[in-house]
Structures are given as structure tokens and as C-alpha cells.
Write a protein that binds this ligand. Structure first.
Ligand SMILES: *Cc1c(COP(=O)(O)O)cnc(C)c1O
Length: 424
């Protein structure tokens, strides 16, 4: 690899996904397209999204309530269009996934089904520094069942002086908790470090002590390869506005292993959209769950938000997820290389805390700029770089294969070098 414009442009030229960048709107700073590295926080808007939403607005105008049957994508069965792409993205059967609600809401609904503490088996294992919303979910769930937070929620920490968590430490903790462990609930990819957890190994270990395993895939879906069904994962949920580019507050989705989804005895909260489709409108007493993940749906589909989701997933399916993941590794490695070159050229300590092993990371590098402060981030923004800053000095950068280029990585390095030298 070379830290030169010519090399970066040659990589873009050789990249078969290069054309997809033009299918997204790049935000503008100072009249110029920004260098956007925050697709892990809010993915960019595909150019097809607006038309997809307008189409539903037109059908609503044309058909009113009849749009449930006569819209170009009938609203009654709207969510069914997502079974195939979501199954592909999560490595699930089509009957194991459904698109609904928001992420935190879904996490609560899934814990209704899969956190069923009994006797001494009531503990939940999660990663330290889990996303705050997930922490609040676990805290309020255990309290709802009458347990104390500190007693019932056990965190696995990185070792002293480290940022990522050793897989073996998670497994050891699971075995240590043994028959006190009800559930392992971890983010598939840690939002702070970008570390990808070994979900298969964690699930196997949880099952071996009689516990269940579920994952929050907010930073994983559309970013890393998932094989939820084959890994025997019990449940998972995600949001669609990060790597899935489906718009702010976009609709979430859930995965429920078929062994639970087809079992009418699995406890779940009911609503009319989860009820047997044949008899849904008979409005009879008695909830009859659809024998798929669809039975976790409560309400009818939020069509406008789902239209944006559909437009974005179409781009994913056309590009092909394996190609996206292959480019992800090249692009992330290139950004890593550029950052190391910048560190050398400026004699600045830039510590990348994301794992170096490509199997343990996706499209994110978290970098500690030692000795630098928020000023550096503000200056980066002024010079057209949108990157995420976490106090005191962590920069999170996500080079997203669908719309970031090798040239973006090179340009980022160039601007960072300039600022670090100037601020010396
Ligand atoms: C982004 C994110 C959330 C956000 O939750 P919402 O319910 O969509 O607001 C929750 N958990 C994790 C791990 C996230 O990365």
C-alpha cells in the first residue's frame, strides 16, 4: 500500500463497487462534498429513497384505505417484502426475521420472551461499556422482575490497560456463572471499539450452561457477515439507520430462531399484526400467533419508514453482500495504513484500539489521538470531514464500502497530517 493520491485513485478505479457511491447523497460542507466517515451512526441517503416514499404518498392519495390492497406494494402485506433481504443479511430463514418497531422497543419485547428468570437462574451477562440504551434495557428488565441491577447484570470487562474484550474471558465468565446464568445479551459489534464478538462461540457456551444467547446487531447488520441460524443464536435485533442507510429513526427488525418462533408456547406480547393472517380481521377473542417471527409484530406496518428501508436494501441486494464485505476489508486496511503513516509523519501517537485482525472488525476504526482534544475534531469538521468524536479524544471512523472511496481515506490522512503539524 502507498499513502499517495495516485495509489488511492488506482484502487478506486479497480473497485467494482465504485459506481455505487454516485447512488448516495454526500452531505455538503463549505459548498463541497464532505468526507463522510459516520455511516456507523447515520448511513447516507440513497438517491432512490425519495421516490420510494413519494410512491407510497401517491398511493395513499389515490387509494385511501384501499391502498392496503391496491397500492403498488399493498400495505397489508408490506412487511413481507423484507423477509428475503433481511434473511440474507442476518443468515436466517425467512420465517425467522421480521421488520418492525424501533431497536430499543424490540429489545424489550425480546426480553419478554427470552429473559424468564427462575429460581437461582436470573443473571444476564453483557459486555462492559455496552451502548447506554442497552444498559437501560437490562437495568429496567431485571428491576421489573424484582432483582437488583448490580446483582443480576454481570459485565465482562477488557483486561487492565486494554480496550477490547478477550473472547476467552467471556467464555470463562459464562462457565463461572453456570446455572445462575439466564441470558447472554451482547452487542454483536461493540459500538465504541468496533470489536466484533465471536457470536457463535458465545452462543455455544451460553447453551452449554443452559442459558440463552441474544445479540444487539445495531453495528453489525450490513457491516459484518452473520449466520444467526447456523450459529443457533436465540434472538437478535438491530436498527436500519446505521450501516443499512434507511433514514433517521428508521424501522428496526428482529430475528428469532425458528425453534422459538414456531413454538406457540414461547411467551410473547400479542397484537393484531402478529395474529394468524386468515382470522386477523374476524376480530375473535384469543390470540393465535403466526408460526413465524411475524407473530412478534404488534402494530400494522409504518409504511413510509419501511419504504425508505426497502429502497436501501435494494441497493444492498444489487451490490451483493459478499462483495461489500470484501471491499470493507480492503478499505478498512487502507485507512489503517494511512493513519499509521500519518502518525509516523507527524510523530503523533495515534492509537488504533479496534482489533487489527480483519475477522474481529468491520468498517470501523476507533483511534485515540493522544494529547489532542476536541479542537482537533472541530478543525477536522471545518475542513470537511464528518467523523465521530467521543470524549476525551477518541475518533471513530467508518469507511463504508457502498459509498466511501480509497481517495476519501487518503484525503482524510492528508488533512489530519496538516492539522497535527500545524497544532504542534
Ligand atoms: C444505535 C444503537 C441503539 C439505538 O437505539 P434506538 O432504539 O434505535 O434509538 C441501541 N443500541 C445500540 C447497541 C446501538 O448501537
Amino acid at each position: 500500500m502507498e499513502n499517495t493520491l495516485a495509489y488511492a485513485q488506482q484502487q478506486d478505479h479497480n473497485d467494482t463497487l465504485n459506481g455505487f457511491r454516485a447512488q448516495f447523497y454526500m452531505p455538503i460542507i463549505n459548498g463541497k462534498p464532505a468526507l463522510y466517515f459516520t455511516g456507523n451512526s447515520l448511513g447516507l441517503q440513497p438517491r432512490t429513497t425519495q421516490d420510494a416514499i413519494v410512491k407510497e404518498l401517491e398511493d395513499w392519495a389515490t387509494f385511501g384505505v384501499e391502498g392496503h390492497f391496491h397500492a403498488r406494494n399493498p400495505w397489508l402485506s408490506y412487511h413481507e417484502q423484507f423477509a428475503a433481504p433481511l434473511a440474507a443479511l442476518t443468515g436466517a430463514k425467512e420465517t425467522e426475521v421480521v421488520c418492525m418497531n424501533q431497536l430499543t422497543v424490540n429489545l424489550h419485547l425480546l426480553l419478554v420472551s427470552f429473559y424468564r428468570p427462575q429460581g437461582k437462574r436470573y443473571k444476564i451477562l453483557c459486555e462492559a461499556k455496552a451502548f447506554p440504551s442497552d444498559q437501560y434495557v437490562l437495568e429496567t428488565q431485571v428491576k421489573h422482575h424484582g432483582y437488583a441491577y448490580n446483582d443480576a447484570v454481570i459485565e465482562v470487562h477488557p483486561r487492565k490497560g486494554e480496550y477490547c474484550i478477550h473472547h476467552q474471558d467471556i467464555i470463562d465468565k459464562i462457565n463461572e456463572l453456570g446455572n445462575e446464568l439466564a441470558l447472554v445479551m451482547i452487542g454483536g459489534v461493540n459500538y465504541f471499539t468496533g470489536q466484533v464478538f465471536n457470536m457463535q462461540g458465545i452462543t455455544l457456551a451460553a447453551h452449554s450452561v443452559g442459558a440463552l444467547a441474544g445479540f444487539d446487531l445495531a453495528h453489525a447488520i450490513g457491516n459484518v457477515k452473520l449466520e444467526l441460524h447456523n450459529w443457533n443464536v436465540d434472538f437478535a435485533t438491530w436498527c436500519s439507520y446505521k450501516y443499512l442507510n434507511s433514514g433517521p429513526g428508521g424501522v428496526s427488525g428482529v430475528y428469532i430462531h425458528e425453534q422459538h418462533a414456531t413454538n406457540a408456547e414461547t411467551p410473547r406480547f400479542g397484537g393484531w399484526w402478529g395474529h394468524d393472517k386468515e382470522s386477523r380481521f374476524k376480530m375473535n377473542k384469543g390470540f393465535v400467533p403466526i408460526p413465524t417471527a411475524e407473530s412478534w409484530q404488534l402494530s400494522n406496518a409504518p409504511v413510509l419508514s419501511m419504504a425508505a428501508h426497502k429502497a436501501s436494501l435494494d441497493v444492498f441486494m444489487i451490490a451483493g453482500i459478499d462483495k461489500i464485505f470484501a471491499k470493507r476489508d480492503k478499505l478498512t486496511s487502507y485507512l489503517e495504513f494511512v493513519i499509521k503513516e500519518v502518525a509516523t509523519a507527524t510523530a503523533q501517537h495515534l492509537e488504533i484500539i479496534t482489533p487489527t485482525n480483519p475477522a474481529e472488525r468491520g468498517s470501523q476504526l476507533s483511534v485515540i489521538a493522544h494529547g489532542q482534544g476536541k479542537k482537533l475534531h472541530d478543525e477536522l469538521t471545518l475542513l470537511g470531514i464528518i467523523a465521530d468524536w467521543r470524549e476525551p479524544n477518541v475518533i471513530r471512523l467508518a469507511p463504508v464500502p457502498l459509498y466511501n472511496s480509497f481517495e476519501d481515506c487518503y484525503r482524510f490522512g492528508e488533512i489530519l497530517t496538516h492539522l497535527l503539524l500545524k497544532n504542534k
